[in-house]
Design a protein around this ligand. Structure first.
Ligand SMILES: [Cu+2]
Length: 434
């Protein structure tokens, strides 16, 4: 009996090969990527098919103020030229278009986008349909066990003693379930855990032109290099709907840009930016590498040009009127060492009715905080509010005394509104409470 059972078990076990550690797609079936294409911010929502052949559905919108032409194509990763003519669409301001692009095989693909002058390549993965190793054997053994148990119940109900063959079958199926189940458990326990981190990335910055002048359109080109191997860091993941969140601040706290470079090649990103005024600036690039946490890399820039008379940034509380007639107020609780501070942005229309705040980059609001001495940099998010009262709240614990520059961003009708000001925590404030 034991010999026959062993043959059944061996047959069940021989149905599959050794397991391999499966790597899931880089993105889920639905994801959103925002990046700058030329002079406009373009948001692309990907809906990936569960398997190939199929079609990738793209829903594309932009903040363009003028009509523009978009061309799109999906190519297997590494192909430089699209094998088929690119799909071309004319987009009016605020128009949302849907494009279906065919994909005929599983694997790594790139979406090629261009507007006639600027281009971007966005990688995506079409998953191959497959069972986890061992799943088929385990399912087979469980079905065999179930069938023999059912048969045993039927035989018992008929008042007969189960035959020896039935007992052998039950023992074989039960043993197979135990062995395959234990193997599956051991394999999954032994599977490598998600990587605990990545080496640091190095960021280089080239500008065109090389010498920057206030008011002159400039191209910023970033290269991200793996700090341990020198290879291009092509594992930068989309986080908060973009690959690279670029925040550019001047030292005085008067200029603020939050833009998203387009991926143009593995590890390479590019964006257009026009320096608003002469002075010294810091560029902060926020990235997340696959298997690693978020990191912020920075570079200094000096912008030449005739000095402009500029007023220092105002101190909170603030109340501004946007070009579209919305009123936005920015207020904060008094700063207290060792305690979180709530900063509130409230938007109202001209009649005083709470304004609708749209989600932008997955969040109801963004707040960049930097200390005037440039030692502290923070990017704070407000969670989407469930009560539509035109208000978002940020929570931040200011780490020490000194002056802080704040830039809050809300997506209102008519675009993203930025409201900038300063706050100070006095020297010699009470020590943090334990
Ligand atoms: Cu961003």
């Amino acid at each position: 009996m034991i010999r026959r059972s062993s043959i059944v078990i061996a047959l069940l076990l021989s149905l599959g090969s050794a397991p391999a550690w499966a790597h899931v797609g880089e993105q889920g079936p639905v994801s959103t990527v925002t990046q700058q294409l030329g002079t406009r911010e373009v948001t692309i929502r990907f809906e990936l098919p569960p398997f190939a052949p199929g079609a990738v559905r793209l829903t594309i919108s932009s903040d363009a103020a003028m009509p523009w032409t978009l061309r799109a194509s999906a190519v297997p990763s590494g192909l430089s030229a699209p094998p088929a003519p690119m799909v071309q669409r004319e987009l009016r301001p605020a128009e949302v278009v849907t494009i279906d692009l065919p994909v005929d095989q599983a694997g790594r693909w790139e979406l090629l986008l261009d507007d006639g002058s600027a281009a971007a390549r966005v990688p995506f993965v079409i998953a191959a349909l497959q069972l986890a190793p061992g799943d088929a054997q385990l399912a087979g053994a469980l079905i065999a066990l179930l069938l023999t148990l059912l048969l045993g119940m039927v035989v018992a109900a008929l008042g007969r003693t189960p035959g020896e063959w039935l007992a052998r079958g039950q023992v074989a199926a039960l043993t197979a379930v135990v062995i395959i189940g234990a193997q599956q458990w051991a394999q999954r326990s032994a599977a490598p855990p998600p990587a605990g981190g990545r080496p640091h990335a190095v960021m280089t910055l080239q500008t065109t032109p090389a010498a920057l002048l206030a008011g002159q359109p400039t191209q910023l080109r970033f290269t991200f290099i793996d700090g341990a191997t020198g290879l291009m860091a092509d594992d930068i993941e989309v986080h908060h709907e973009a690959y690279v969140h670029l925040v550019i601040l001047d030292d005085a706290g008067q200029s603020f840009s939050h833009i998203h470079p387009a991926r143009v090649a593995p590890g390479r990103y590019q964006v257009a930016w026009t320096p608003p005024a002469p002075g010294d600036y810091t560029i902060y690039a926020e990235i997340v590498r696959h298997g690693g946490g978020a990191s912020v890399l920075s570079r200094r820039l000096t912008i030449a040009g005739p000095a402009l008379p500029r007023t220092p940034p105002p101190t909170l509380p603030l109340d501004i009127v946007t070009p579209t007639g919305m009123r936005v107020a920015l207020t904060a609780e008094p700063l207290s060492p060792g305690r979180p501070t709530v900063i509130t942005a409230r938007a109202r229309d001209a009649a005083g009715t709470p304004a609708a705040i749209r989600t932008w980059l997955g969040m109801a609001g963004h707040l960049v905080v930097r200390s005037a001495d440039r030692q502290i940099y923070a990017h704070v998010h407000a969670m989407p509010s469930t009560d539509a009262d035109g208000t978002v709240r940020f929570v931040y614990q200011f780490p020490g005394p000194g002056e802080y520059q704040l830039h809050a961003q809300l997506a209102l009708d008519g675009g993203v509104t930025t409201i900038s000001g300063t706050l100070a925590m006095p020297e010699g404030a009470d020590a943090p409470q334990p």
